[in-house]
Design a protein around this ligand. Sequence first.
Ligand code: PLP
Ligand code: COI
Length: 362
Amino acid sequence: MSDLTFEIQSHPAPRSAEERAALMVNPGFGKVFTDHMVTARYTAARGWHDARVEARAPLQLDPAAAVLHYAQEIFEGLKAYRTVDGGAALFRPEANALRFRRSAERMAMAPLPEDAFVEAMRQLVSIDRAWIPDTPDGSLYLRPFMIASETFLGVKPSSEYLFVTIASAVGSYFKDPTGTVTVWVSEHYTRAAPGGTGAAKCGGNYAASLAAQAEAASHGCEQVVFLDAAERRYVEELGGMNVFFVFDDGTLVTPPLSDSILPGITRDSVLTLAREAGLNVKETPYTIDAWRADVKAGRLTEAFACGTAAVITPIGRVRGREDDFTIGDAVAGPVAQRLRALLVDIQRGKSNDAHGWFQKVF
Ligand code: PLP
Ligand code: COI
């Protein structure tokens, strides 16, 4: 257990109920921020200290802060949901805390104690509870992150870190929450290589994905599909989501975890729910050639992306330099819809939580 305690300094002038309501009418994703943030500092001499809940404000950083030069940065993404009884709950926050620690270790950063991470989430959700949308697709997206704050230009792990969590009232990630997305298979760019940082949630992975994401967007696609870096054959994941394939014999396939795939908490939850629902679940490598052929042969009936931001989003169409195929009728399929309902009902406290995933905040 960590002995880090959070000092609460409420915002002296939070936005009014009217301002908040206007901002939350159609929040989109990651644009509407709450009144507070959580911060904590680490130095090699003092360990983690100075933890606070305070008014959201710009950060002050020395221009020589290590993060600005060598990108020692990690983040997480998790949501607080309005529950049917008017309260709020987090979904598996300790899983995000664990992944945050593993990301820190991979990036040679000081790990934040997992109980302090979860406590930071609970504090922010509590103080900014009025910002949790009360809509079917709405939630409060929490964005914890950590940066290397030592003022030093030598290339080495920083000896000082700043942990921050901000929160954003969000609707659905994609424009049409009931629709499907079109994905672009990146042939030239890869996301992560064996031995690299693909399994860590570090900002650098996303910076490296942006040229591919821009290429996808220029072809009218919402997300990019990354293939493995060694052979450029195996489907790994999307720019910001894991991927699943559904077959006509009731098999559900997702690529196995490796050091080039982010171990998604939604992915892990979907695997559990799908097994319980009687699907034949396989974590096995799957190639782009097989994807194309299985769709053509009618064996593959659905594919979907999953993640905290995307929840479960069906993939309707796959494009690439040599590809353009449609999955089924490019509408949300029954397996994706069923798994989504099972997941969302647990997240919102509407169904029995047999796995201890649902964590009530108030
Ligand atoms: N893969 C990548 C690259 C991601 O950015 C995300 C989103 O966090 C995921 C997968 C899904 O992870 P999770 O389900 O934990 O949100
Ligand atoms: C998430 O689902 O939390 C993500 O991180 C995806 C994207 C917004 C980066």
